[in-house]
Design a protein around this ligand. Structure first.
Ligand code: FAD
Length: 321
């Protein structure tokens, strides 16, 4: 069976859910081989084994500090060297800003076809077939790479992680990073302040607020917390300075696809829909019964979010206790 490389997305060995999704997809295509860049591979092993990695290729920053001292380019060079050794039938990378830049650089180096932002990947004769959601989600496009090793970036929530226990061996791998890749040095980095809520693009439930909040995200946050959900925002709310841009959902924000998306005080503009319309169940709270968001929802509540959300929060809290 052919090897499928999966670039592991992690923070100090804590593997992100997107990697479990990539490993699940990789198993459809061949034998998943995880590429782990950085420190913490031993901490990551149980999670990688749980989702079927047959092997973990570890690129330690002790022997190759450039890998995390510089932006992106060294990681692309390193993956090129791993690919030369493993000769994979496909390479899967998470569709985030860094992942897409690594993928693009790697595609140039390997002279291989690249498909970004896949929302599904299936096995087929002659290589994987991807599905992309384009033009604000109004079209889906099926595509396959016709030249070289397919490099595919996959959006979060493209697959439900399915466990397939393995005991992967770890192979330490040293790379040589050229001076040409050491052009943008990281001078400082710090993690975003922890909110205690799940990461927006990975959350199973999201409660988003729009202009209808009037700037008071208290009811949105309280309802989100009662459900263990992430908080999102429309661009109108972000542009008004009511919520940070990192939480914007939509065409110029994050694309999300949770099990449950609650839109509170959001009209449902096409650019907002582009980021959330693949959510499994959509609920809207809006005081205007004609709001376009109601065309999209599974359940709608016509009412003032400042009354509806606290009532819903109280009810959820009561049922939990
Ligand atoms: C190039 C481009 C990119 C864009 N990208 C994005 C993007 O990524 N994400 C995004 O969201 N938008 C984006 N937009 C903006 C988009 O077109 C809309 O302007 C925006 O989504 C509107 O946000 P909203 O629904 O919060 O505000 P509005 O459209 O003003 O809607 C507010 C809604 O709240 C309801 N409401 C008011 N008070 C209450 C209350 N008390 N209780 C309940 N309901 C209430 C109203 O009935 C209304 O439906 C983009 C626009 C452009 C041109």
């Amino acid at each position: 069976m052919s090897n499928v490389l999966v670039l592991v997305d992690h923070t100090a060995g804590t593997v992100r859910k997107t990697t479990a999704e990539l490993l699940t997809i990789a198993r459809r295509l061949g034998e998943p081989v995880a590429v782990f860049i950085g420190e913490g591979v031993q901490e990551a092993l149980p999670a990688l084994g749980q989702y079927g990695a047959t092997k973990v290729i570890a690129l330690s920053t002790q022997s190759n500090p450039e890998l995390t001292q510089y932006l992106v380019a060294p990681k692309a060079e390193a993956l090129q060297q791993v690919a030369a050794k493993v000769e994979p039938s496909a390479i899967l990378i998470s569709s985030n800003a860094e992942g897409k830049e690594i993928a693009a650089r790697l595609a140039v180096k390997l002279e291989a076809g690249l498909i970004t932002d896949a929302v599904d990947v299936t096995a087929a004769d002659g290589g994987p077939v991807t599905t992309q959601s384009v033009f604000a989600g109004n079209y889906t496009v099926q595509a396959k790479v016709t030249h070289g090793t397919p490099i595919i970036t996959v959006k979060p929530n493209a697959a439900t992680p399915e466990a397939a226990e393995t005991s992967p061996e770890v192979e330490e791998f040293d790379v040589t990073i050229s001076d040409a890749a050491k052009t943008a040095r990281i001078t400082d980095s710090k993690p975003r302040e922890a909110t205690g809520r799940p990461e927006l693009t990975e959350a199973a439930i999201i409660v988003s607020g729009g202009r209808g909040t009037g700037g008071d995200f208290g009811p949105v946050e309280a309802f989100a917390d009662s459900l263990g959900a992430a908080v999102g925002a429309s661009r109108a709310a972000v542009d008004s300075g009511w919520y940070p841009h990192a939480y914007q959902v939509g065409q110029t924000g994050k694309t999300v696809s949770p099990q449950l998306y609650v839109a509170a005080g959001i009209s449902g503009a096409i650019q907002h829909r582009a980021g959330m319309q693949t959510s499994k169940t959509i609920v809207a709270v809006n005081k205007d019964p004609e709001a376009p968001i109601f065309e999209l929802v599974d359940f709608g509540v016509v009412g003032d979010l400042h009354k509806v959300l606290p009532t819903a929060t109280e009810e959820v809290t009561k049922r939990k206790s």
